[in-house]
Design a protein around this ligand. Structure first.
Ligand code: GAR
Length: 195
């Protein structure tokens, strides 16, 4: 079974959805490690509650990205990780991890990429006034929310939607769609959905 490391920086609702899907048998994979770059992130408590081992680090205490990614790589090797799943990890992946896990890193982003990459994609969509937004799951490369798209789901923005209501709707989609898409990738149906 695929052993995943889930990378997260915040509340970890996607982390939770992925772990729940593994526990229920809907996702045939092991949530073997959490990698988190914020000591006080809620996701760290979720990992404890689920007995998922975690590696929590403070980027500022390393000289540069290469140094902390080398440390992460040691952890990934120690936990025999096959695949990296980014779920609200608000940091670019560098060449150390990209080289070691080539083609085996995916990310979820709360917009229809290439629209609204980067921070606060939901706020960006509301400010721009688009009528349609959604969720994108893609392979990770060196760019910010770039890399080949695996799957996308669209969602209409209603006139009375606020940042909060839209975020709830997007999260609801993400929590179902991310585990489902991972299941497709791990069961080798990935190539059917990748352009
Ligand atoms: C998710 O909506 C995810 O799509 C987004 O961060 C949120 C994390 O929520 N990721 C990005 O914006 C990546 N650029 P969570 O911590 O509750 O899972």
């Amino acid at each position: 079974m695929t052993r995943m490391a889930i990378f997260a920086s915040g509340s970890g609702s996607n982390f939770q959805a992925i772990v729940d899907a593994c526990r229920s048998g809907a996702l045939d994979a092991v949530p073997a490690l959490l990698i988190c770059d914020k000591e006080d992130a809620i996701v760290v408590n979720r990992a404890k509650a689920e007995a998922v081992p975690s590696f929590v680090f403070t980027p500022k205490s390393y000289k540069n990205k290469k140094e902390f990614e080398s440390e992460i790589l040691l952890q990934l090797e120690k936990h025999k990780i096959d695949f990296l799943v980014l779920a609200g990890y608000m940091r670019l992946i560098g060449s150390t991890l990209l080289t070691a896990y080539k083609g085996k890193i995916v990310n979820i982003h709360p917009s229809l990429l290439p629209a609204f990459p980067g921070l606060d994609a939901i706020g960006q969509a509301i400010s721009y006034g688009v009528k349609l937004t959604g969720v994108t799951i893609h392979f990770v490369d060196e760019g910010m929310d770039t890399g080949p798209i695996i799957a996308q789901k669209a969602l209409e923005i209603e006139p009375n939607d606020t940042q909060e209501t839209l975020q709830q709707k997007i999260h609801k989609i993400e929590h179902e769609y991310y585990p489902q898409t991972l299941q497709q990738i791990f069961s080798n149906k990935g190539e059917k959905i990748i352009r």
